[in-house]
Design a protein around this ligand. Structure first.
Ligand SMILES: Cc1cc2nc3c(=O)[nH]c(=O)nc-3n(C[C@H](O)[C@H](O)[C@H](O)COP(=O)(O)OP(=O)(O)OC[C@H]3O[C@@H](n4cnc5c(N)ncnc54)[C@H](O)[C@@H]3O)c2cc1C
Length: 285
């Protein structure tokens, strides 16, 4: 679905409750966790959904609004006034114009990262629910995220261990980042996933770049080296769901990784089957 296909006419007024940096000051990327209260009754959010943010203009080409999407990064809560409270995780984006070479600031991500408590934000959605908690508690979940792709999985893991309870399936989180400083919710600043390390069914596997200051690719193969058999068994199990989230490059990184394990043709066939069975779901941007 294209961004222009999303409904932006139904809007909700929200207010920033908090805006906290998630990456270390030395990290190359700046990522903010923004908690929002939505002042509207009768709207409920679910873990795994996406919300839109409308940045008021004027913008380039006379557009009155700039619309961008963000994953809900926590189990939605209710505030003291009975209104929805949601969390989003936003990476501050810059981009270089290929023609002029000029560097531009991403409109929505900079707007959001600069918002302070009490500031208003206009929301659209919620849209879709690409990732949901399987009804069967013995289902295995293999979540694979890159950068801000951790956002939907933070909510899912919390839902599984703090709300569903007694989860019996395996929950594996394979998380890639350029450096340890950029591992969101798994760094010195915030280590939210550590509270699930005691859960017998949970394991987080970190994949980093071997040389974070260089443009070296993330060492996915190195990260799963000791676990190849387990991952193959997981993918073979008809009770496993694979959820993938993050910037679009993650899809080709994973194709490369699994092709090297299974062989390119066999991987292509296997992935097609997983997709057809509804057991491989991607959220790419
Ligand atoms: C379904 C969906 C879910 C999304 N969830 C999240 C989320 O949870 N957190 C989040 O930060 N973003 C998320 N995004 C991306 C987000 O919607 C915006 O595209 C992003 O914030 C940049 O918008 P902007 O207005 O700041 O920049 P723009 O003015 O649109 O320009 C941004 C430039 O940065 C590149 N870019 C966009 N996003 C990223 C990124 N995360 N990492 C590296 N480069 C990027 C773009 O290709 C473009 O060149 C999601 C996108 C989709 C489609």
């Amino acid at each position: 679905m294209r961004l222009t296909d999303y409904d932006i006419d139904t809007r909700y007024a929200a207010k920033v409750v908090s805006n906290e940096g998630l990456t270390d000051t030395d990290a190359e990327d700046e990522v903010c966790e923004i908690v929002l209260d939505v002042a509207d009754d009768g709207i409920s959010y679910k873990v795994g959904q996406i919300v839109g943010v409308l940045v008021p203009g004027p913008h380039e080409f006379g557009q009155p609004w700039h619309h961008r999407l963000y994953s809900i990064a926590d189990v939605p809560a209710v505030n003291e006034h009975g209104h929805s409270r949601i969390t989003i995780v936003v990476r501050r984006c810059d981009y270089v114009d290929e023609y002029s070479g000029e560097r531009f600031r991403g409109v929505s991500s900079n707007y959001l990262c600069d918002r302070r408590p009490g500031d208003p934000v206009t929301l659209t959605g919620p849209f879709g629910q690409p990732f949901s908690v399987p009804a069967n508690r013995s289902a295995n979940l293999f979540m694979i995220g890159l950068g801000t792709g951790i956002a939907p999985f933070r909510g899912l893991v919390k839902r599984i261990y703090e709300h569903e309870k007694n989860w019996q399936g395996k929950v594996r989180l394979l998380y890639g980042a350029r450096s340890g400083l950029e591992l969101l919710y798994m760094n010195d600043r915030r280590d939210d996933f550590s509270k699930y390390y005691d859960e017998e069914t949970f394991e987080a596997i970190k994949a980093l770049s071997p040389r974070p200051n260089w443009a070296d690719p993330i060492a996915w193969d190195y990260a799963i080296e000791d676990r190849v058999e387990e991952i193959v068994a997981l993918l073979d199990d008809p009770n496993t769901y694979v959820y993938v989230a993050g910037v679009r490059q993650i899809a080709s990184m994973l194709d490369q990784l699994f092709s090297s394990q299974f062989g390119p043709l066999a991987w292509d066939k296997r992935k097609q089957q997983l997709v057809a069975d509804g057991r491989w779901v991607e959220l790419l941007y």
